[in-house]
Every structure is written in structure tokens, then in C-alpha cells.
Design a protein around this ligand. Structure first.
Ligand code: OOG
Ligand code: NI
Length: 459
């Protein structure tokens, strides 16, 4: 029996998630329309960029979702989630400790690994695991743990399809469709909470995020994120469409050469929820779900990442963005000023080893002497070209900013930095893929291949 390509299963899944979420969160549909309008206007104004995207085959799915996010409660949930995403060709890349930023979770991103899979569909899911160990109230921690251990977030059908995919090495097209329908149930919103109103309030007082994970029957998808070609413009236009953007865009400032990842979101909506202790039902609300947009750029080497981290720290020492937006323009100005130190043309970024590049032969003949020269010399000689490798991962400070702005505007609680990657990987059941290694390998492979092409042409 032939199996459906895991990339195709991922596309079935990301489209189903998009439909589900637009249905559940109408403001998200409004954001998607705005993103599409701004992308259309940007492409119309920049024909060369349009032609480049067309050549890359990216044009027809330009405004589709690039990622989503969930928050899990137990190690078992995380381990099963890893198996579920593997069926769709998504694997855990990177370890993000968010305790530093006052959010009691640590995270990874399940995503496709190689270029072909990323091109087919880059959809990723930023997946966090609640760290009950950071909750200091022993009694509350025990109660929360009990609630989490008793819940079942996967349907029986979903678990059967995962096992079948593992046993057979894949799923038929028919099974894949049924699997996606079952998997969708895990990410759905449940307006009936899993706890009493009193317990919800205690969880909420410990940390809003604890309530968001523990009080519900499943890890509702808390946002989806399409790609925008002009994030500043979408941020500016959100209020005109009746949606409230978070105070600032996370990540680097606007630049000639985009680097890493810029993100912003609209603030989470207050939604009706009913709480029950088994006898009485209480009507209340919960704030969790929002919409986000992203714009990606050059992946940075460890050297480039260190420069980014230093400049971001420097910016935030001058002033952190306030949740109410009161210092937003000051913050964005400081960010731009401090980041002036970061080279902003492709040639310098490459020459200084700040970013990762994909090399290819231009078709111009190389001389015998050329063959032994280094990549920079070959680019200078016009026989090789270097294109930026796009960053496919996340940024911990930005992720914390996205979390915070959607947990409400009250003061952020802080925890002592407390990464525990070993624990996370033990819970996950596998080590996470190293974030930099993938880019370094892609660069090296492209260079080796380009050199081979030059060598053959010369021989
Ligand atoms: C995840 C926030 C992180 C991103 O894009 O950095 C994230 C969450 O709120 O659960 O999605
Ligand atoms: Ni996100």
C-alpha cells in the first residue's frame, strides 16, 4: 500500500487548523484578510520581489499559516505530541527556556527539517510544557498535577492512527484524512472548563498560564501565524480593522536586509467559559487566544546571534516596552538606533560570518586556479552566488513578549532563570535537534555541491 507523503499530511493539517481557528476566533479571519491585502499591495509595489517569489514557487501560498502554538501539561502529553507530529514530518528543533522571562514553561518547535520539506509546507508548532516545579504553593501544585494526570487530550482514534503510522511507516491517503480529523480534536477550544471556578481562580492567581493549561480539557491552539511581507504596515493597520495590536513588534528592527524573525500579534480575546465543581456551574471568562503575524529573514551564525543578543540586551537595558504601549515609539527608536551597529548589507553580513548562505554556481566558467579559492573569492569572481538562508526557528525573548502580551497587562511575574533541557528531553523522549547545526550543514552542503558543479564544468 502506498503512503501519503508526510508533507501532504502536514498541509491537510495546517489547512484544517486554519479553518477551525477562523471559525472559532473571527478576529483571526479579519487579521488574515488584512495580511492578504497588505501582501497584495506590497507585491504590486515591488515587481522584482514578486518575480523572485514566483520563481521560488512561493507566490500562491504567500499568506498561508506558518506556525501555531500550544501549551501542554504533562510529560506524557509531550511525548505523545512528538509522535503525533512525526506522522506529519515535524520534529522537535531547539530548546527555549522561558522561565527567565517570567513564563513557567520550556518549549521546542516541531517543524519540518530539510529544505524540500520546508518548501513543501513550512508549518511548525511552538510547543510549551508547563513547569509545575516553578509553582511554589505545594497544595496547589498537587491539585494541578492531579487534574492534568486525569485528563485525556488525544482521542482513541488519534492514538490508533499514530500507532498504525509507526508500525507501517506511514498512512494511506484515506487514513491520513481520518487521522487529521481525529488530531484536530486535540487542538479545539473547550468552553466548559475542567475545574471549578474556585480552583480556576487559585490557578490564575499563581500564574495566568497555569490556569490556561490546567483548567481546560485540552491544549487549545492559542494562535496561528501567517506570513506578512510588511509587518510594520500590518501593525499600523490593525486598529483600522478593529483589532488591537500588542504594543511593539518583537525581534530586530526594520532593516534593508531582514534578519531572524519579527513578530507581532493582536491581543487575546476574552471568551465565555463555564466552570463546574460537578454540582454547580458558574459562568466566567478566560483570555487566551489571539492571532499573530511573522516576517522572517537571514539565519544568523552563533557569531551573528551573539551580536543580536548583545544589541537586544543593550536596547532593553535602556527601556523595556511597557505592556500598555505608552513607550512603544521610544522603544522602537532605541531598537533602531542600537541596531545600527549590525551590518545591513548581504556582502558584509557574509564576509563577517554573521549569517548563513546558500551557494550556487552562476554559470560563469571558473578558471583552474579558481577551483582552490575560498567561497568569498569565488563570489567576488562572479562564479558563485550566495543567497541568504532563511531563519526557520524562534527567539526566546520574542516568544516571551508574545506570551506576556497575551497573558494580560498586569505585572509580569519573574522566576529565576532555570533552564532544564535534560528534563525536557527526557520528557520528550528524544533530544531536540540542534538549531545551528541544521543551517551550518545546509550551507556546507550547498557549497560542496556548487564546487562540484564548477569542477565538472571545468573538467
Ligand atoms: C507561544 C508564544 C511563542 C512565538 O511565535 O514566538 C510563539 C504561546 O503563547 O504559547 O508562538
Ligand atoms: Ni507564535
Amino acid at each position: 500500500m502506498s503512503h501519503l507523503d508526510p508533507n501532504a499530511i502536514r498541509t491537510l493539517f495546517s489547512r484544517a487548523m486554519s479553518t477551525l481557528y477562523r471559525d472559532e476566533v473571527p478576529a483571526y479571519g479579519t487579521l488574515l484578510e488584512l495580511v492578504r491585502d497588505v501582501n497584495d499591495a506590497t507585491l504590486a509595489a515591488h515587481p522584482a520581489e514578486r518575480a523572485r517569489l514566483e520563481e521560488l514557487g512561493e507566490l500562491d501560498r504567500i499568506s498561508e499559516e506558518r506556525h501555531g502554538a500550544i501549551r501542554l501539561g504533562t510529560p506524557q502529553e509531550l511525548a505523545t505530541m512528538r509522535r503525533l507530529f512525526a506522522v506529519m514530518g515535524m520534529f522537535p528543533v531547539g530548546y527555549y527556556d522561558l522561565s527567565v522571562a517570567g513564563v513557567p514553561v520550556h518549549s521546542t518547535a516541531f517543524r519540518p527539517l530539510d529544505d524540500a520539506a520546508l518548501n513543501a509546507n513550512p508549518f511548525r508548532v511552538f510547543t510549551s510544557l508547563l513547569r509545575l516545579d516553578l509553582i511554589t504553593d505545594d497544595a496547589l501544585r498537587a491539585e494541578a498535577q492531579k487534574v492534568l494526570e486525569d485528563r485525556r487530550i488525544f482521542t482513541e482514534g488519534c492514538l490508533e492512527f499514530i500507532a498504525r503510522a509507526e508500525a507501517q511507516g506511514g498512512l494511506s491517503a484515506k487514513d491520513a484524512e481520518a487521522f487529521v480529523a481525529e488530531a484536530l480534536e486535540t487542538f479545539r477550544w473547550h468552553p466548559e472548563a475542567n475545574v471549578s471556578h474556585a480552583l480556576y481562580q487559585r490557578l490564575h492567581a499563581a500564574h495566568r498560564l497555569v490556569a490556561d493549561v490546567v483548567a481546560f480539557k485540552g491544549p487549545h491552539i492559542n494562535h496561528l501565524t501567517p506570513r506578512t511581507l510588511d509587518i510594520d504596515e500590518v501593525q499600523r493597520l490593525m486598529p483600522e480593522r478593529g483589532i488591537a495590536p500588542k504594543a511593539v513588534i518583537e525581534g530586530p528592527p526594520s532593516r534593508a536586509v531582514p534578519i531572524l524573525l519579527r513578530q507581532t500579534s493582536f491581543k487575546a480575546l476574552e471568551e465565555p467559559v463555564s466552570y463546574s465543581d460537578g454540582v454547580t456551574t458558574v459562568a466566567g471568562s478566560h483570555t487566551a487566544r489571539f492571532g499573530e503575524i511573522e516576517q522572517r529573514g537571514l539565519a544568523l551564525t552563533p557569531k551573528g546571534q551573539a551580536l543580536y543578543d548583545r544589541l537586544l540586551t543593550q536596547t532593553r537595558e535602556i527601556g523595556r516596552p511597557a505592556a500598555d504601549g505608552s513607550n512603544a515609539s521610544d522603544y522602537m527608536e532605541t531598537l533602531a538606533r542600537v541596531f545600527a551597529e549590525f551590518p545591513d548589507d548581504l556582502e558584509t553580513l557574509r564576509a563577517e560570518g554573521l549569517g548563513y548562505f546558500r551557494y550556487s554556481a552562476t554559470g560563469k566558467a571558473a578558471t583552474g586556479a579558481d577551483l582552490s579559492r575560498d567561497a568569498s573569492a569565488l563570489v567576488a569572481a562572479g562564479v558563485l552566488r550566495a543567497d541568504p538562508i532563511i531563519y526557520e526557528d524562534f527567539l526566546p525573548v520574542s516568544a516571551a513578549g508574545i506570551f506576556q502580551s497575551n497573558l494580560g497587562d498586569e505585572a509580569a511575574q519573574s522566576f529565576v532563570a532555570n533552564p532544564n533541557r535534560d528534563r525536557f528531553e527526557a520528557d520528550l523522549g528524544v533530544p531536540v535537534v540542534d538549531l545551528h547545526q541544521r543551517y551550518a550543514e545546509a550551507e556546507a552542503a550547498s557549497l560542496a555541491q556548487a564546487r562540484a558543479v564548477l569542477g565538472r564544468a571545468h573538467a
